[in-house]
Design a protein around this ligand. Structure first.
Ligand SMILES: [Zn+2]
Ligand SMILES: [Zn+2]
Length: 129
């Protein structure tokens, strides 16, 4: 039954990858239930890894989107990464900030992503003066 075997292998790989992904997400959520560092999104399907110092794009080019879990596992979960949902990740990637941040600032809550925003601002100053 070659087909059955093939499917079994694919399922097995998928489960392994999902498990590794979950473990990595959990690690970067402070060892607790995985969630977005910005908005607290808990649905793991929405979650992704973000390079805190803004090297995310570089990493994605180097190891690919799927390879990041393998990379993190292989390197014993190096520091400098955090868990963000795709919304927050995209917003920070495109605009250098997340609209959640502005909403929190508006109601006077402390910024959880201050480091990123400050780093981006500094990069912009360096680039454009
Ligand atoms: Zn989020
Ligand atoms: Zn956000």
């Amino acid at each position: 039954m070659p087909y059955k075997d093939k499917n079994w292998t694919i399922d097995c790989h998928r489960l392994m990858r999902r498990r590794w992904r979950y473990e990595a997400l959990k690690h970067y959520s402070g060892g607790k239930e995985p969630k977005c560092a910005c908005c607290g999104e808990r649905r793991h399907e929405f979650l992704s890894f973000d390079h805190i110092d803004g090297g995310g794009k570089l990493h994605r080019i180097v190891i690919g989107n799927d390879g990041i879990v393998a990379f993190l596992r292989h390197n014993n979960y190096p520091p400098g990464f955090r868990v963000l949902c795709h919304n927050c990740n995209q917003a920070i990637g495109f605009y250098g900030y997340c609209p959640h941040e502005l909403e929190r600032e508006a109601v006077g809550e402390t910024s959880v992503l201050e480091k990123t925003v400050t780093t981006r601002k500094m990069q912009l100053v360096e680039l454009y003066g």
